[in-house]
Every structure is written in C-alpha cells, then in structure tokens.
Design a protein around this ligand. Structure first.
Ligand code: ZN
Length: 136
C-alpha cells in the first residue's frame, strides 16, 4: 500500500517530467513517474523521433530509467497529460509494466484533474510471461 502523500509526489514528478517531453511531430506532451520499491522516484517523458516507430512513451522512459538505475520492482506509476484520454498506456507500456510488477498501481491524470486507477495486471490480464521463459 502506497501512502497518499507519496502518490501525490509521484503525480507532481510526472507533471514536471511532462514539461520535458520531446514531441515536435505530435505536440502531445506526456509525463510519467514511477515509484520503486525502495521509495525512489524516477520520471520520464515521451520522446518522439522523425522515424515515428522509434518514439518512446513516457511510461517506458520512466521505467527504463528506474531499471537502469538498479530498480527491479516498481510499485506505482503516474501518467500525466493535458487530457486524461492521452494518458491511457499503450499495449507496449502495459507489457513493460507487468514485467516489473503486475500489481503496480497505475494512476492517470489529466490536467483537468480526472483520474482512473487500476493495476498494470488488470490493464493487461493476458500479458506475455511464459513460466518456462525465465532462467532465474
Ligand atoms: Zn506506451
């Protein structure tokens, strides 16, 4: 269970990250922040590319930053956009989220204050993770 104050900090970090979005093609600015199990917060923004398929969503940017800094379990992610509609994680982000915790709390916020919460696993119930795949 994540405290309300920590979740508020997470949303604030996502709002700040949104301002750093690189989106010269769509103009859409999304910020995300993740809370690692050790309490650290990592943020990220969407990064577009002239070769559109190489663009990366804010959620994955934040998660990859966290993991590359040593985090292995993420307990919550906040996604902030101008409109809540643009904060709905895409399938690729949902798959990445469940990799680092199917019970990850997903918070979505539009600047108008609308929110919808759930877990990564509930957003992608039939995610890819065959038991025989891991060599742990
Ligand atoms: Zn995505």
């Amino acid at each position: 269970m994540v405290g309300k104050e920590r979740l508020r900090s997470l949303v604030e970090a996502a709002k700040k990250a949104r301002l750093r979005a690189y989106s010269p093609y769509s103009g859409v600015k999304i910020g995300a922040a993740v809370l690692a199990s050790d309490g650290a917060i990592y943020s990220g923004a969407n990064i577009e590319n002239a070769s559109y398929g190489l663009s990366c969503c804010a959620e994955r940017t934040a998660i990859f930053k966290a993991v590359s800094e040593g985090a292995r379990k993420i307990v919550a992610v906040a996604v902030v956009g101008k409109s809540e509609e643009f904060t709905r994680p895409c399938g690729a982000c949902r798959q990445v989220m469940v990799e680092f915790n199917p019970n990850m709390v997903v918070l979505r916020r539009g600047l108008d204050g609308f929110s919808e919460d759930g877990t990564a696993g509930s957003l992608l119930p039939a995610h890819f993770n065959p038991p025989g795949l891991s060599k742990k």
